[in-house]
Design a protein around this ligand. Structure first.
Ligand SMILES: [Zn+2]
Length: 305
């Protein structure tokens, strides 16, 4: 009888509360979008991210189980542009017209974002690996961009769950109020270091750098997604040293031997920043992600004084 009770308990836990509609199944391409959809949707959404937080977001392998969850989703939320070169093939495999661009079930979160590096002519025929062809796609790393992203999420959820707009608006307002307060603290913490010259591995950080007053003067990838040649690296590390570049911003999935080599030759101190929610145990949500990155930067800059 005890076993039966446990089974019944599990069934009760799995069932939605009486009267409450089941949560909307949402699939996002990143953990950051997942966190932002949850900030608006609360317990009215059940969200899964296709990419894990520790993967290069431009190169993601999808497992069959994830395809099944995408098929069952009411909404797909993506970064857009050419951020997810792996997504069109998946959408072709699924072959569901609901997820066609422009459908209410397909939200491209880049609409409404003022893109950086959009003027750089990078779409070329001869390069196989190629990203950021239409502008830099790492726009979620400016906390201020959470406002337009969650505005798009609110509209998408409102279309799919009519009658619940007030609830979504209240959740979003609460989230943005907390974020605004935190942003003020982060800007204050980094204010003494405005103008610090930094190098990056991949162009992950232009939005973050602009918000917090860092100046990105070098990228180890000559073109986003393209590894550097030895000759390119030799010139770059010499220029970093001559140009007083203090920090090298490193993603957790960056090539460690390349980072070590560049740090040794340029004198820049490598600091690992986490580009996505869940990329470190401390980065539990969108606000915690910036909390962690700002703390790591302040520690690295204070140590180098
Ligand atoms: Zn990128």
């Amino acid at each position: 009888m005890k076993g039966q009770g446990a089974v019944l308990g599990l069934l009760l836990l799995a069932a939605p509360a009486w009267g409450a509609p089941p949560p909307l199944p949402v699939v996002t391409t990143s953990t950051d979008l997942k966190a932002l959809v949850e900030a608006v949707g609360g317990d009215r959404v059940r969200v899964e991210s296709l990419a894990s937080a520790l993967q290069d977001p431009h190169a993601v392998d999808i497992k069959p189980g994830q395809l099944a969850r995408l098929r069952a989703a009411a909404l797909l939320v993506r970064i857009g542009l050419d951020h997810e070169p792996w997504l069109p093939g998946i959408l072709r495999t699924i072959g569901d017209a609901r997820f066609a661009p422009g459908s209410p079930h397909h939200l491209d979160a880049s609409r409404g974002i003022a893109l950086l590096q959009a003027e750089t002519p990078r779409v070329t025929a001869e390069r196989g690996v190629h990203v950021h062809g239409f502008g830099n796609t790492h726009y979620w790393l400016d906390p201020a961009n959470a406002r337009p992203i969650t505005a798009s999420v609110l509209e998408a959820l409102d279309r799919l769950a009519p009658g619940e707009r007030a609830r979504f608006e209240a959740s979003r307002d609460r989230f943005l109020a907390g974020l605004d307060a935190a942003l003020g603290r982060w800007e204050q913490a980094l204010a003494p270091y405005r103008g610090t010259r930094v190098a990056v591995v991949h162009e992950t950080w232009p939005y973050f750098a602009r918000r917090f007053g860092l100046v990105v003067t070098a990228a180890l990838e000559p073109t986003p997604g393209v590894p550097p040649s030895p000759a390119y690296l030799a010139t770059l590390t010499r220029r970093m040293r001559d140009g007083g570049v203090r920090l090298l911003l490193v993603e957790p999935y960056a090539n460690a031997s390349l980072v070590g080599q560049v740090a040794a030759r340029s004198g820049a101190r490598p600091v690992t920043l986490v580009p996505s929610v869940g990329g470190d145990p401390a980065a539990t949500d969108y606000v915690a992600l910036f909390e962690l990155n700002v703390r790591r930067l302040v520690e690295a800059l204070a140590a180098g004084r």
